[in-house]
Write a protein that binds this ligand. Structure first.
Ligand code: GAR
Length: 203
């Protein structure tokens, strides 16, 4: 089997779709898709592609730690070598992160470290920045604070219709996330031993 990954989603799942369309069955095998909400449209996308799914709602567990432990055990049972957060809108607990060292990536709709958190595009528009973008990064215990793998910027048009900006962000995400995942699967991504924040890409 090619490089096995699990993708976690909370909503629409357009980034999951981009992975299915561009790298699934090639450099990587999406062995399962997990969600924190049964209504996540990403689950339908996974099923349509014949990929196993599971839902881990916080409300089914006594505490977040317990939910994350169950989620981690399920991911391990699928044999995943990489966990991809593709619009997974919850912060995972340190116990979860520690089980997948340098093996969790996230796509963020902003140029980190600016506008971390869940409203990056709205905050960029409110702030009035002239340049926006997308970051794919490793996940550590902080909020969108792990080492950067890939970033791409674009100039914001003056007409700042949020729907238009979201479309621009998504178009970039749909290229950048599959590219980062493919690079990792092909062993082209490493962390500089002298400085854990520096990600080396060897294309
Ligand atoms: C994406 O824009 C992703 O960057 C963002 O949620 C969207 C999910 O879209 N994630 C975050 O904001 C995480 N902080 P999708 O469900 O269509 O892939």
């Amino acid at each position: 089997m090619s490089f096995p990954i699990v993708v976690l989603v909370s909503g629409e799942g357009s980034n999951l779709q981009a992975l299915i369309d561009s790298v699934h069955g090639k450099e990587v095998e999406i062995v399962a898709v997990g969600a924190n909400r049964a209504e996540a449209r990403g689950l339908q996308r996974a099923r349509a592609a014949g990929i196993a799914t599971a839902v881990f709602p916080l409300t089914d567990y006594r505490a977040r730690d317990e939910r994350d432990a169950a989620l981690a055990a399920w991911i391990e049972s699928r044999g995943a070598r990489l966990v991809v957060l593709a619009g997974f809108m919850e912060i995972l607990t340190p116990g979860f992160i520690a089980r997948f060292p340098n093996a969790i990536v996230n796509v963020h709709p902003g140029l980190l470290p600016a506008f971390a958190g869940i409203h990056a595009i709205e905050q960029a528009l409110e702030y009035g920045v002239k340049v926006a973008g997308v970051t794919v990064h490793f996940v550590d215990e902080g909020i969108d604070s792990g080492a950067v793998i890939l970033q791409r910027a674009f100039e914001l048009p003056y007409a700042r219709d949020i729907a238009v900006v979201e479309q621009q962000v998504h178009a970039i995400e749909h290229e950048l996330l599959p590219r980062a995942v493919s690079l990792i699967a092909r062993g082209k991504v490493s962390i500089d031993p002298s400085e854990p924040r520096w990600v080396v890409i060897d294309e």
